[in-house]
Design a protein around this ligand. Structure first.
Ligand SMILES: Nc1nc2c(ncn2[C@@H]2O[C@H](COP(=O)(O)OP(=O)(O)OP(=O)(O)O)[C@@H](O)[C@H]2O)c(=O)[nH]1
Ligand SMILES: *[C@@H]1O[C@H](CO)[C@@H](O)[C@H](O)[C@H]1NC(C)=O
Length: 323
């Protein structure tokens, strides 16, 4: 089983998370006697991080600690709330923003410097002490016995206490991930400016270098789009355009949107093809999430995010068929 051992770092004693959010601190916060948990989303890009987050969220609930919402990680820390609302999460489990730890929980003596780099640096977290341990995250009961909240009020983990790909039973937690107003506004602005009120099929094309590799053993490969139904099958687009009565195809991709190829293939249907290459990948995720039909590819965690979100809202998804 993948990742069943986890060797991480625990704060004994205290940690203070000082961030730009400090100003927003709620006036009085009660200390959670069951302790706090924070982990770094230090692995992979967003699709990866989102799966780790959901697994870690489930873990926080399993050990009954308040989750200190981690930042998303790009080349810098992105505050959790830039992309998602925190209100909905509360329906599942207690959570607070970084920088809102109760004053009783800090500040610690300055620790021995920071071993994990930018994530913690940018949060202003100093470590009191560190421990390596090997209690698996799928054993929350043992974990609770090992790390009592009185001895370890705040636990900071080097990585998420979760597997990747995520556990199937945690996929439904996607329902607590609600896009921030800013993402919704930007995504809606694009839709309103480009194809307001029109039905659309969203497709995710992964044809950057690693995907090309995945397809290359298949006859034709990417170089001949029409001849490579294995990887991107234009017939599938056509089928779902017809079935949904869509007049728009929205293409999200890590590389080549293949707009002309798609247009020419759908020439007999009155369909416009749009591709944005947005400044934030999250805008593609949002727009794909809103589509009348979505075609993704089953090896991508980017697609997985969209597919989970659509399941929550009972929207149909299909995947590029490998034939
Ligand atoms: N804007 C945009 N970015 C994309 C798209 N597809 C992939 N990316 C970028 O490429 C990254 C990796 O894509 P994934 O499909 O998640 O790849 P993966 O191999 O499953 O996961 P990683 O370990 O994150 O590489 C995403 O986090 C995005 O930053 C897309 O359709 N639109
Ligand atoms: C979980 O923690 C909360 C907050 O500290 C506490 O009120 C609750 O009783 C705990 N639940 C269990 C099952 O221990």
């Amino acid at each position: 089983m993948k990742g069943n051992i986890f060797l991480h770092v625990v704060l004994s004693g205290l940690l203070l998370a000082v961030s730009a959010d400090t100003e927003d601190t709620e006036p009085s916060i009660e200390v959670d006697g069951n302790g706090y948990l924070i982990f770094c989303l230090c692995m992979g890009r967003f699709g990866n991080q989102a799966e780790h987050f959901l697994g870690g969220l489930a873990f926080a609930k399993a050990v009954n600690r308040t989750l200190i919402l981690p930042s998303w990680r790009t080349y810098k820390n992105i505050p959790f709330t830039d992309w998602f609302k925190i209100e909905k999460l509360a329906q599942y489990h207690r959570r607070i923003l970084c920088g809102t730890l109760p004053p009783q929980c800090g500040p610690p003596d300055r620790g021995p410097g920071n071993p994990f780099g930018p994530f913690w640096d940018e949060l202003g977290v100093n470590f009191d002490s560190m421990k390596a341990f090997t209690v698996a995250y799928h054993e929350p009961d043992r974990w609770v016995q090992r790390f009592s909240p009185s001895e370890y009020p705040v636990v900071a983990l080097k990585g998420a206490p979760a597997s990747f790909p995520m556990a199937t039973e945690h996929r439904a937690l996607q329902q607590y991930m609600e896009w921030s107003d800013s993402i919704v506004e930007q995504g809606q602005r694009y839709i309103q400016q480009n194809f307001p009120g029109r039905k659309y099929v969203g497709i995710h094309l992964r044809n950057g270098p690693d995907w090309e590799k995945a397809c290359s053993h298949l006859e034709g490969g990417l170089s001949s789009f029409m001849a490579s139904p294995q990887c991107i099958n234009p017939r599938q687009i056509k089928e779902h355009v017809e079935e949904t009565g869509a007049t728009v195809v929205y293409v999200a991709t890590d590389k080549n949107p293949l707009i002309h190829e798609i247009e020419s293939h759908l020439a007999d249907l009155k369909v416009s093809v749009f591709h944005q290459d947005p400044w934030l990948p999250q805008l593609d995720l949002y727009i794909l999430g809103e589509a009348d039909h979505f075609i993704g590819n089953c090896v991508s965690s980017f697609t997985s995010f969209v597919a989970r979100a659509r399941t929550v809202h009972n929207k149909p998804t299909s995947f590029w068929a490998v034939r």
